[in-house]
Design a protein around this ligand. Structure first.
Ligand code: NDP
Length: 334
């Protein structure tokens, strides 16, 4: 409702991101609050109701989820499920008349992104992707340097996003049917994001390579991918994403200097500096809080949607182009 000060959010899928970041972020949010939950695990219902003071009438499972349509406490449904389940639940949420936040990567194909966007348009609800960095001041500062050009125009961007993955071989991220892909889907989208805000442009073409060191563990998903992106006016972007190395950095080369964020893609505090010895520094805040408040303000006040569905689709077009380039192959030298 427009008269409300805070919009009610229901989290769908109470895994590590919902529990570790989104629910805590919502405790400090100014324009939204944790109003409800949707879970397939009965034990989590009681635990979350107690911990976050959620009434029983705002608790749903995957079967009775549609009845959320009648619940006035819930304005926004936030889908935090394995990637291949995003489209189904975002579309069900839109049909229930709720605004939608879809976690990254938006879906597992461009076709699914279109289906989500269309469902939200048809239902007349707002849609955003869980790109928390779009609300973060460090990202905004890089965008400002790109736009205002104190160091001249951007010539080259390099962005790395990865971590060493291990543990349970049955986890959904290693299962292509649930994840839609490996490092590229999980962490590579951050690198795509920072290549784009770091150049201020969308790429024209990509060329990509895949590497593997543990094929027995990464049976079904990509372990490491590098890609080069061509941007307008000869600007070049470089992407590295991996589940076999810790890498978390953005480097932007301007005509007359450079800027760097390192770390860049984690939950913060982030850190940055520029070639003239200046520090890029902002007070640390939960990016998730900023992101969800921005979306609630977008709904209530018509302010900018910093991560619309079209942005998630744009990135999925690039993901598909990267996989296509890998499939088409390079040339062996040995
Ligand atoms: P988890 O595995 O920790 O949680 C996923 C949850 O989804 C489960 O706990 C479960 O919740 C539910 N679920 C329903 N069906 C399945 C299934 N078949 N297999 C596994 N889980 C299932 O994942 P994350 O929380 O790490 O990731 C969830 C989404 O959030 C992903 O799309 C991921 O990319 C994104 N993410 C985004 C981040 C960001 O910074 N923006 C950071 C981390 C993740 P329940 O028991 O309640 O049914």
């Amino acid at each position: 409702g427009k008269d409300k000060k805070k919009l009610g959010i229901a989290l769908v899928g109470l895994g590590s991101y919902s529990g570790g970041q989104l629910a805590p972020g919502l405790q400090d949010a100014e324009n939204c609050y944790l109003a409800g939950i949707v879970t397939g695990t009965p034990a989590k219902e009681k635990e979350w109701m107690e911990k976050y003071n959620i009434p029983k009438k705002n608790v749903y499972n995957y079967e009775n989820f549609e009845s959320i349509a009648k619940n006035k406490d819930i304005d926004i449904v936030y889908v935090v499920l394995p990637n291949s389940m995003h489209a189904e639940f975002c579309i069900r949420a839109a049909k229930a008349g709720k605004h939608v936040i879809c976690e990254k990567p938006m879906a597992v194909s461009v076709e699914e992104c279109d289906a989500i966007i269309n469902a939200c348009n048809e239902a007349g609800v707002k849609l955003s992707v869980g790109y928390r960095m779009q609300s973060d001041p460090y990202t905004k500062e890089i965008k400002r340097l790109v736009k205002e050009k104190p160091y001249g125009s951007v010539r080259y961007v390099s962005s790395d996003a990865g971590y060493i993955s291990g543990g349970n071989p049955d986890q959904w991220r290693l299962n292509h049917a649930l994840s839609g892909g490996g490092a590229l889907m999980n962490m590579g989208v951050y690198s795509i994001q920072s290549n784009i805000y770091g150049t201020g442009q969308n790429p024209i073409s990509v060329s990509a390579q895949e590497f593997s060191s543990r094929p027995e563990y990464f049976k079904d998903t990509d372990e490491t991918i590098t890609a080069q992106m061509e941007f307008p006016n000869g600007v070049v972007g470089n992407l590295y994403t991996s589940h076999n190395a810790n890498a978390n950095r953005l480097f932007v080369s301007f005509e007359k200097g450079w800027a760097e964020l390192n770390p860049c893609h984690n939950y913060g505090p982030l850190a940055g500096r520029t070639s003239d010895g200046k520090e890029i520094k902002f007070p640390h805040q939960s990016m998730q809080k900023l992101q969800m408040d921005d979306f609630a303000k977008h709904i209530m006040l018509g302010t900018t949607n910093y991560a619309p569905g079209e942005m998630g689709k744009r990135d999925m077009i690039i993901v598909e182009a990267i996989y296509k380039s890998i499939k088409e192959g390079g040339s062996k030298v040995a």
